[in-house]
Design a protein around this ligand. Structure first.
Ligand code: ADP
Length: 481
C-alpha cells in the first residue's frame, strides 16, 4: 500500500519545519525592527539636544541676538530635520503660568506641546534627566513628534521637536529588506529542510519495500544492513532479528507438523499392513486374535500421541497466564505416587517416599498431576526390575524442590539438552516398547515454564537419573520462607 503524499511523514515534518521557521523569522524580524527603531530614536534625541543647545548658545553666546534670531539660525542649520522650535517662558511659578516667547512658524500662537506642569518639571531637571517625550499633534504633523525640553538660564525652556516622519523612510527600507531576506531564507530553508527530511526517511521506504516482499513462504529475505549506526540502522537490525526469529519458529512449526504426521503415520501403516496380511487368506482364530491384539496396541499408541499433543497445545495456550489458586504440592505428589504404586510393584520396583515437606504453590492441579505422573512413569519405565525409585519434596528458603530419583539406565550427556524436544527419544525401539510417545518430557517442561519453575537434571548412564523441579513456594503461614 502506497502512502498518499499529503499523509506522508516527510510532508508533515516539512510543514512543521516551515511553520517553525516562519515563527522564528517573524520573531527575529520583530526584534530587529524594534531595536533599529530604538537606535534611530536615540539618534533623533541626540540631534534634538544639539538643536536645543544651539538655540541656547546662539542666544546667550553673543549680545544682540534675540530668541527669534536664535531659532531662525538653528532652523537653517538643521533644515533637513524640519525642526519644531519654541522658547517657553515660565512666567509665574505660583499660578503655573507660561508664555511662548518665540516659536517656529509651524507652531501656531498659544500652542503648547505639553502641559504646564511638564515645563516646570523640565525647569528643575539636571542634564541626565532631561525631558524627552513623544507626542501626537495631529494638527502639526501627521506623525508623532519627538520632543526635548532643555532648561536654560533664566525662566526659559528651549523646546525642540522633530517629526518621526524623518525615520519612517529608514524604517520602511529596513522592513522591505527584512521581508525580502526573510522570504529568501524561508524558501531556501524549506527546500533544504524538505530535502534533508526526505533523505532521512528514504531508508524507511526501502525497509517497507523489503518487508512487503516477506511472506511465511520465504522468510530468508533480510533488509540490507546499514553501515551507519543510527536509528534507522537500529530499526533495520531489530526488523532483521524479528524476521530471523519468525523464520526459526515457522521452521519449528513446519518441523513439528512433519514430525506429527510421521509419528501418526507409523502406527497407522503398521495397522494397515497387519490387517492387509491378515485378510490375504483364511486365518485361524488364534491368528486373528494375535493381529487384533497388536492392532489394539498400535491404537493405544496413537491415542496416547494424540492425547499428549492435545494436552501440549492446551498448555501452550496458557503461556503467560498467572495462576490464582493455591494448592498443596505435597498432597498432589503423594496422590500421584500412590496411583503409580501398582505399576511399580508390577516391575518389582521399590517406590520410596523420602521426606515430603508441606509446600504451597500457586498453580494448576491438573497440569501438575500430569507433570509428576510423566516423571514417575519415565522413572518406572527406564528403571530395570528390582531396583528403586525415590521421591521427595523439600522446602528450601522460598522454594519447594521436588526430586524424582531413579536407579535406571540414565541419559547420555549429549542427549540431555534434547530430551525436552517434542518426539525426541534416546532409544527409539526401547521407547516404543515401553509405550512412550516422546512427548512426556515436553509436557513436563511446558508445565514447569507455566509455573515459572526450573528443571535440573543429574544423570549417570547405567546408574540413574535425578529430576529436580524447583518451584517458587508461597510463604509459610508463620512467615518463614
Ligand atoms: P518417552 O515417551 O519416550 O518417554 P519423554 O519425552 O518422556 O518420552 O522422554 C524423552 C526421552 O528421554 C526418553 O525417550 C528417554 O530416552 C529419556 N528419558 C526420560 N526420562 C528418563 C529416565 N528417568 N531415565 C532414563 N531416560 C529417560
Amino acid at each position: 500500500m502506497k502512502i498518499k503524499a499529503l499523509q506522508s511523514l516527510s510532508f508533515r515534518l516539512t510543514i512543521w519545519y516551515i511553520v517553525i521557521m516562519v515563527g522564528i523569522i517573524i520573531l527575529a524580524g520583530f526584534f530587529l525592527y524594534e531595536r533599529f527603531q530604538q537606535v534611530l530614536v536615540n539618534d533623533l534625541d541626540a540631534r534634538l539636544l544639539d538643536m536645543a543647545d544651539d538655540v541656547s548658545e546662539s542666544y546667550y553666546g553673543s549680545r544682540g541676538v534675540t530668541w527669534a534670531d536664535a531659532i531662525r539660525n538653528v532652523e537653517q542649520e538643521f533644515q533637513e530635520y524640519n525642526p519644531y522650535l519654541q522658547v517657553v517662558e515660565l512666567t509665574d511659578r505660583e499660578t503655573g503660568e507660561i508664555k511662548a516667547v518665540f516659536a517656529s512658524d509651524k507652531i501656531p500662537e498659544g500652542c503648547y506641546m505639553l502641559d504646564t506642569r511638564t515645563y516646570f518639571r523640565a525647569n528643575r531637571a539636571d542634564i541626565d534627566e532631561l525631558v524627552y517625550q513623544t507626542v501626537e499633534k495631529k494638527k502639526l504633523s501627521h506623525r508623532p513628534l519627538r520632543l526635548i525640553l532643555l532648561p536654560v538660564r533664566g525662566p526659559y525652556i528651549v523646546q525642540a521637536g522633530i517629526s518621526l516622519e524623518v525615520i519612517d523612510v529608514d524604517l520602511r527600507r529596513l522592513l522591505f529588506i527584512m521581508i525580502l531576506a526573510g522570504g529568501l531564507v524561508l524558501v531556501l530553508a524549506s527546500a533544504g529542510g524538505s530535502f534533508i527530511i526526505r533523505q532521512a526517511l528514504q531508508p524507511v521506504n526501502s525497509v517497507a519495500e523489503t518487508a512487503r516482499g516477506i511472506s511465511t513462504e520465504d522468510l530468508s529475505m533480510r533488509i540490507e544492513a546499514r553501515k551507519r549506526r543510527d536509528e534507522i540502522g537500529e530499526l533495520v537490525d531489530t526488523f532483521n532479528a524479528m524476521i530471523a526469529r519468525l523464520e526459526k519458529s515457522v521452521k519449528k512449526i513446519k518441523q513439528f507438523s512433519g514430525d506429527v504426521s510421521h509419528e501418526l503415520r507409523t502406527p497407522l501403516t503398521i495397522i494397515r499392513g497387519e490387517v492387509e496380511v491378515l485378510l490375504r487368506k483364511e486365518r485361524t482364530p488364534k491368528e486373528y486374535r494375535k493381529t487384533l491384539q497388536s492392532t489394539l496396541e498400535e491404537t493405544f499408541h496413537l491415542e496416547r500421541i494424540i492425547d499428549d499433543l492435545l494436552f501440549l497445545s492446551r498448555i501452550e495456550a496458557m503461556a503467560g497466564m498467572e495462576f490464582q489458586k493455591s494448592l498443596d504440592l505435597d498432597e498432589t505428589l503423594l496422590r500421584i505416587v500412590e496411583s503409580r504404586e501398582l505399576a511399580a510393584r508390577g516391575k518389582d520396583l521399590k517406590l520410596k517416599i523420602d521426606q515430603v515437606s508441606p509446600v504451597k504453590i500457586k498453580g494448576d492441579e491438573r497440569l501438575l498431576e500430569r507433570m509428576i505422573a510423566n516423571l514417575l512413569d519415565n522413572a518406572i519405565r527406564y528403571t530395570p526390575e528390582g531396583r528403586e525409585i525415590e521421591v521427595s519434596l523439600e522446602r528450601d528458603e522460598g522454594n519447594g524442590i521436588l526430586n524424582i530419583r531413579d536407579t535406571g539406565i540414565g541419559i547420555p550427556e549429549n542427549a540431555i539438552p534434547l530430551i525436552f524436544d517434542r518426539f525426541y527419544v534416546v532409544d527409539k525401539s526401547r521407547s516404543k516398547e515401553t509405550g512412550g510417545s516422546g512427548l512426556g518430557l515436553s509436557i513436563v517442561k511446558r508445565v514447569a515454564d507455566c509455573h515459572k519453575a526450573r528443571i535440573e537434571i543429574q544423570s549417570t548412564p547405567g546408574k540413574g537419573t535425578l529430576f529436580r523441579i524447583i518451584f517458587q513456594a508461597e510463604p509459610e503461614p508463620d512467615g518463614t520462607g
